[in-house]
Write a protein that binds this ligand. Structure first.
Ligand code: GTP
Ligand code: MG
Length: 195
């Protein structure tokens, strides 16, 4: 699937701008700066496909990428702190929540969690929203290269514990580093085999 290539389709600022619901759709959600855009670039092997930066709040629209002729990859704006005006952040957070709660073709959400920090309260809120909307989701730990090996198990245990409280969560999580390429094949295989 991933060898079929990925392309930017469009940036969406309101629900009526969403493309037709005719592909398998997966989205990448997570706190600002957790590494959503970077992960999409790493998965697709396209460095500048999704715009990434060290400034939280880089992605401000719902960005659609086509993957082959069967899938959409969706890069979402981050939640939590963002380096942008309050009114603007408000608007895109509302859009994010409406999207997560109401997109019929959404097969799975990946909730990205910084492997240094574990699940925060804002992550729990998003997970609860996904529970209510019956969107199955899976946790993806990012930036694993920044965590010492001896500290990894503690974070995994924290995340596992939080996931257990969410009915829409898959218990399996994926530990990744976009920098080192860790976990990418696992994630690609997962996306390619979604029912
Ligand atoms: P917003 O669009 O602002 O919500 O952020 P985002 O979640 O899309 O994060 P983005 O991909 O822009 O990455 C944020 C920063 O984290 C960038 O400086 C990336 O280079 C860095 N980063 C992302 N993934 C990794 C990783 O696996 N390892 C390391 N060391 N840095 C990473
Ligand atoms: Mg981004």
């Amino acid at each position: 699937l991933f060898s079929a290539g990925a392309d930017f389709l469009k940036g969406v600022v309101a629900m009526d701008g969403l493309p037709d619901d005719d592909r398998v759709e997966v989205c990448f959600a997570g706190r600002s700066n957790v590494g959503k855009s970077t992960l999409i670039n790493a998965l697709t092997n396209r460095k500048g496909l999704a715009r990434a930066s060290n400034t939280p709040g880089r992605t401000q629209e719902i960005n659609y990428f086509t993957l082959g002729d069967s899938h959409y990859l969706v890069d979402l704006p981050g939640y939590g702190f963002a380096n942008a005006p309050v009114a603007v952040v408000r608007r895109w957070q509302d859009l994010l929540k409406t999207y997560l709660a109401g997109r019929a073709g959404l097969r799975r959400a990946f909730v990205l969690i910084d492997a240094r920090h574990g699940v925060k309260d804002v992550d729990d809120e998003i997970m609860t929203l996904l529970d209510r909307s019956a969107v199955t989701f899976q946790a993806v730990l990012t930036k694993a290269d920044k965590v010492k090996e001896k500290d990894r198990e503690a974070v995994l245990a924290q995340v596992r514990g939080r996931l257990a409280t969410h009915p829409a969560a898959f218990p399996e999580m994926v530990l990744t580093s976009s920098e080192k390429g860790w976990g990418l094949d696992t994630l690609r295989a997962l996306i390619a085999t979604l029912p």
